[in-house]
Design a protein around this ligand. Structure first.
Ligand code: FEC
Length: 317
């Protein structure tokens, strides 16, 4: 039987290729406005603090795309389809548009897009989708998109296992479950998303609640991290302020669960493992972080299921 080829555009944030590439990357994030020398130096210093010769996000994205293609092609539900995965990055090469162009060159007529971030926001997922759709319209590729998968049972299972594993480590160190405050976190966005009725904060609360319920924890709360350094207000409370407040409440053990991200990258390896860890140390608190999902088979299954469901829903399969 001839299999129909379906393209999968796997979209992710992107990271520089090297320390020399940081300026171009930062300029792209700032929509073409180059950073000041001070801003550039500050970002370079953050990368220098985490990068051991390779930019970890690039390796993880490459591996996620390979693993997903394998998972999709062993999924028994669509045996008349051959999935071909393409990478499309938001702020680095291969850009989202490059991914769509490669598909068109390979003769792909039908495709699904998915972002390696579980929660939908007009400022995050929607901006990936708009760019992919614009290029697809230009090149005549028919697209459908998975816009969120924040409550997928396998995703909740994968996060829950990681939270539980770290709670066990706290226990070994002498802190019972009730003595540990679990802090779920995600990337902050400008507060103006709320005026647009953006589902991002609610979806993040839903993921947090689902994990807490699954493993039966009551001592948890949510905080925002990595807010931009701009003059407009960003969603709060900020995670560093939250850690300081917890110390005032005599909480001595904190487990951070950055459920808005899936991979090891700057916002986790610097903002949490260096910056938040420093604050905790100063306050004499014990802070741990859950491991990221990276290419966890449960996460690959989440992506795979969401793609197959979306294809069926859109009647493209
Ligand atoms: O490891 C790496 O090289 C990349 C780490 C990285 C990830 C990431 C994810 C998200 N961001 C989101 C929103 C914003 C908004 C702005 C913004 C700015 C930056 C800067 C760097 C950066 N982000 Fe990012 N983000 C990562 C890295 N991000 C570097 C620039 C310096 C700084 O502010 O720290 C502000 C842009 C502006 O000026 O207009 C808004 C969101 C996510 C999670 C969803 C996703 O992955 O798409 C939301 C990873």
């Amino acid at each position: 039987m001839m299999k129909t080829k379906v393209g999968v555009l796997v979209m992710s944030y992107g990271t520089p290729e090297s320390l020399e590439g940081i300026e171009a990357y930062y300029t792209h994030i700032r929509r073409g406005h180059a950073p000041s020398p001070e801003q550039l130096e500050e970002l370079e210093d953050r990368y220098k603090a985490i990068v051991g010769g390779v930019f970890p996000l690039r390796e993880h994205t490459n591996h996620q795309v390979e693993s997903l293609q394998e998972a999709l092609n062993t999924d028994s539900r669509l045996h008349d389809v051959e999935f071909v995965c393409y990478q499309g990055l938001k702020h680095a090469s291969p850009f989202i548009e490059d991914g769509v162009e490669s598909m068109a060159k390979d003769g792909i007529k039908k495709a699904v897009g998915i972002v390696l971030a579980p929660h939908y926001s007009t400022m995050s997922v929607e901006s990936y989708v708009k760019r992919a759709q614009a290029k697809a319209d230009e090149l005549g590729v028919k697209f459908t998109f998975v816009k969120s998968y924040h409550l997928h049972p396998q995703l909740i299972e994968a996060f829950s296992r990681r939270v539980k594993a770290k709670l066990d480590l706290f226990k070994e160190a002498g802190a019972s479950r009730d003595e540990v405050r679990v802090l779920f976190s995600a990337h902050s966005l400008p507060e103006r998303i709320l005026e647009l009725g953006d589902p991002y904060p609610e979806q993040l609360m839903e993921t947090s609640r689902a994990i807490a319920d699954k493993i039966g924890i009551t001592s948890w709360q949510f905080a925002w991290q990595s807010a931009g350094r701009t003059s407009e207000p960003w969603l709060g409370p900020d995670i560093l302020d939250t850690i300081r407040n917890l110390s005032k409440e005599q909480v001595e053990n904190v487990l951070v669960a950055p459920i808005g991200f899936v991979s090891d990258h700057l916002e986790v390896l610097y903002d949490l493992d260096i910056e938040a860890q420093e604050v905790a140390k100063e306050l004499d608190m014990r802070l741990m972080r859950i491991d990221m999902l990276n290419s966890d088979p449960l996460y690959m299954q989440t992506l795979c299921d969401s793609i197959v469901d979306q294809l069926k829903k859109s009647e493209m399969a």
